[in-house]
Design a protein around this ligand. Structure first.
Ligand SMILES: Cc1cc2nc3c(=O)[nH]c(=O)nc-3n(C[C@H](O)[C@H](O)[C@H](O)COP(=O)(O)OP(=O)(O)OC[C@H]3O[C@@H](n4cnc5c(N)ncnc54)[C@H](O)[C@@H]3O)c2cc1C
Length: 459
């Protein structure tokens, strides 16, 4: 243990290595309730620092766990096997905004919201919007292929990655992609690292695509007595040729939970609510589209539809959605937020089955998500200190994943596998896919030191 700290200090300088018990505990968590302390934490400032750290780890054969802001919800950045945590937060510079080519080049540790604010000053836009954009880094977003409400219209993080700089297991720097939009020379290594959760290399820099910032946004909220109608509405809106920027769904359990905590006046006799936004650079078109959305909602069974007239009203309409997480925290000491996806048409069936699971185990579950792309977040509320409850949570999660797979969906739309979903990955992907993925992993990490025990189940 002392050896590794001394070797790291020698390699990159004492001031970039943390090893006190307090520091190690501070770097032992992510956004879940699990923890495991590393043996050392490093705070690199350059590609060369990251390479030097990986070379030490490779020589000593200890794990290396990349870490952004540890907001992950799958245990991905928890160093369960010990070793070195590589925190990228000092590598947080925006290196270049190229207005003509609409690209931005950043270091991996830049906070997503900081990047968004900078490009928006120039009328540009980086659309992927995880709700954690103030608590997560671009490197972490790329490593998890993060999504968010706007992804229905604009796509997920990976859709904006044009190139990467990645430090490999032997300390070499791999640079992929570039500013050309079309590029089909060789395998698409950029995409290989998107969603790889730190298991194939450490991303140090990224070249990202930008779009023009939409000038106008309109927001509507609709209450539905019937869950099926709310789901049909999402499809009807898309079939009418409108691609909303967001199409968020909350079921009655989520609404009840928010109402108990926030007293916003949400109706408690409906089965679902939708928040829908249209955006663009032509105000008339945006207004026309939200009017059309409101009409479709009424036609497909909404009891009440509200359209915000200004920014203050828009803020009020969003308050319920933004209050979900704090409201859940008041209900139980712990929550496990899952992240399944199903085909859009299967949302009502998925919600009904998940509610039945919740009832059969006697633990409350709250469901909300992105109705437009079928990405649901069922949250189990429980007390981790009660072993009986934890056992039930594990069974519930297995059953929820079964529901997703049976309905033609999968285990994760945006949070990734980490360690939490490992037992279910083979069922989702099949043995051949797991075999091929292990071959890729072994080619890029022959010593299995890069975030071991994540993403791929043991074979
Ligand atoms: C309140 C809350 C809301 C959230 N909302 C959303 C949401 O709307 N959408 C969504 O997609 N997620 C959401 N998340 C989950 C989380 O914020 C995302 O997964 C995010 O992308 C993680 O970024 P991070 O910088 O915190 O990474 P970390 O949590 O530090 O790491 C996550 C994974 O990425 C790897 N990693 C991190 N940086 C690098 C790097 N530079 N190179 C290689 N691997 C790296 C880690 O090893 C780990 O496996 C939410 C989390 C919270 C707590």
């Amino acid at each position: 243990m002392t050896d590794i700290v001394a070797e790291l200090q020698e390699a990159i300088g004492e001031e970039k290595v943390l090893s006190s018990p307090v520091d190690l505990i501070a770097y032992s968590f992510d956004g879940t309730f699990e923890q495991h302390a590393p043996e050392a934490v490093v705070l690199p400032e350059t590609d060369e620092d990251v390479a030097a750290v990986i070379k030490v780890a490779s020589r000593l054969e200890v794990p290396v766990v990349a870490r952004g802001m540890s907001s992950g919800l799958a245990g991905g950045s928890i160093p369960f096997s010990g070793g070195v945590v590589v925190s990228l937060t000092r590598m947080n510079r925006i290196l270049e905004i190229d207005e003509e080519n609409m690209t931005v080049s950043v270091e991996a540790g830049v906070v997503t919201a900081d990047l968004q604010a900078e490009v928006e000053k120039l009328g540009l836009f980086f659309p992927p919007d995880p709700s954690s954009n103030r608590q997560s880094t671009i490197g972490g977003n790329i490593a998890c292929d993060a999504g968010g409400p706007r992804c229905l219209k604009y796509g997920v993080t990976g859709d904006y990655v044009l190139g990467l700089a990645v430090v490999l297991h032997d300390g070499r720097l791999l640079e992929t992609g570039g500013k050309s939009i079309k590029n089909v020379v060789g395998y698409d290594l950029t995409s290989l690292f998107v969603g790889s959760e730190g298991t194939l290399g450490i991303i140090t820099r990224a070249l990202l695509r930008l779009v023009a910032r939409p000038q106008f946004v309109r927001t509507a909220l609709a209450y539905f007595p019937s869950l099926d109608d709310s789901s049909r509405t999402a499809s009807a809106i898309l079939s009418a040729g409108i691609v909303p920027a967001t199409l968020e769904l909350m079921d009655e359990t989520a609404m009840t939970c928010i109402e108990e905590a926030m007293h916003l006046g949400l109706p408690l006799d409906v089965e679902a609510m939708l928040i829908i936004e249209t955006d663009g650079s032509d105000e008339e078109a945006v207004v026309r589209e939200i009017g059309e959305v409101a009409r479709i909602c009424r036609e497909t069974g909404a009891r009440e539809v509200k359209v915000a007239r200004d920014e203050a009203e828009r803020d009020t309409l969003w308050k319920a959605r933004r209050s979900v997480s704090p409201s859940l925290a008041r209900q139980a000491p712990n929550k496990l937020g899952e992240d399944i996806t199903v085909p859009r048409s299967a949302i009502p069936e998925a919600i009904r089955r998940i509610r039945a699971i919740s009832e059969s185990y006697g633990l409350p579950m709250v469901i909300f998500g992105h109705a437009g792309d079928g990405n649901l977040h069922p949250n189990v509320l429980f007390d981790r200190r009660d072993p009986g409850q934890w056992e039930k949570v594990e069974q519930i999660v297995g059953e929820v994943f079964n529901v997703a797979l049976e309905l033609g969906g999968t285990l994760s739309g945006e949070h990734g596998v980490g360690t939490f979903k490992l037992p279910y990955v083979e069922q989702a992907l099949g043995a051949t896919s797991i075999d091929i993925q292990w071959r890729v992993k072994r080619a890029l990490d022959p010593q299995n030191i890069l975030n071991p025990g994540k993403v791929l189940p043991d074979t």
